[in-house]
Design a protein around this ligand. Structure first.
Ligand code: ZN
Ligand code: ZN
Length: 239
């Protein structure tokens, strides 16, 4: 099993990532990926690009070097009501919206109840494609309540490979989340959240863990081109 798309990545526009769109796409092409989503951090993250950066992403071609380039954003969940820092116009104009909780952008001490409520509300936003790196122990939520809701609303639950590289304390939760996605038939995507080219498209450790728990390949949208194309069709994303 290997990735055919990386659906959460960053460029120099995030100002704490170190490759350009062209460099990221060229690496994706070299690896033979079908698609790459560029998802730089939305405005609440310190150093994030300004609004015109995201509004102008539409000038990029759909395909670069044979790779379907998705114009996206990593929106921050900025309240425990599940609001994100990406306005409606932008939510409609971009191809791909990843939403995540970060300690610097979600103020107020989290509790399981507050995080559960935030995710349940977020799940109702039809424009959000991916719930990113939700395995954080700090933002723990009630998995048994929220994961069936994500499944029902067609959200892709990300298993973020950076848990193996930088955030090892997230790992037990990531495995638990994957097990529950299997139990409830929730689709996942495995992403690298790469901030440079050398990790892009490489999620071998996450894929290995998923194989160990006998995770069904058909539930991983970016492990098979037909599965991802079916998801794109469902979301009216051209390819
Ligand atoms: Zn980042
Ligand atoms: Zn990210």
């Amino acid at each position: 099993m290997k990735l055919i798309a990386d659906l959460h990545t960053h460029t120099i526009a995030s100002t704490h990532a170190y490759a350009t769109v062209t460099e990221m796409v060229n690496e994706a092409s070299r690896l033979g990926l079908f698609s790459l989503a560029i998802t730089d951090h939305a405005r609440s993250m310190p150093g994030a690009p300004g609004p015109y950066y995201f509004e102008s992403l539409c000038i990029l071609p759909e395909y670069m070097n044979g790779v379907r380039l998705l114009t996206g954003i990593e929106a921050n969940i900025v309240s425990y009501d599940g609001e994100i820092d990406c306005n409606d116009t932008l939510q409609h104009s971009l191809d791909w919206i990843v939403a995540s909780m970060h300690t610097v952008t979600l103020r107020g001490k989290p509790t399981v109840e507050k995080c559960t409520h935030a995710y349940l509300r977020l799940a109702e936003n039809p424009n959000v494609n991916v719930i990113a790196h939700s395995g954080s122990p700090y933002f723990k939520y009630d998995y048994e309540t929220v994961i069936p809701k994500f499944a029902k609303e067609g959200k892709l639950i990300e298993i973020n490979d950076s848990a193996f590289r930088y955030k090892k304390d997230n790992l037990p939760n990531c495995i638990k989340i994957a097990e529950l996605c299997k139990k409830y038939g929730a689709r996942v995507c495995v992403n690298t959240d790469s901030h440079f080219t050398h990790t892009l498209g490489r999620a071998t450790q996450t894929l290995k863990i998923l194989q160990e728990i006998d995770f069904p390949e058909k539930l991983i949208v970016n492990a098979n081109t037909d599965t991802l194309k079916a998801y794109f069709k469902e979301k009216h994303i051209s390819f």
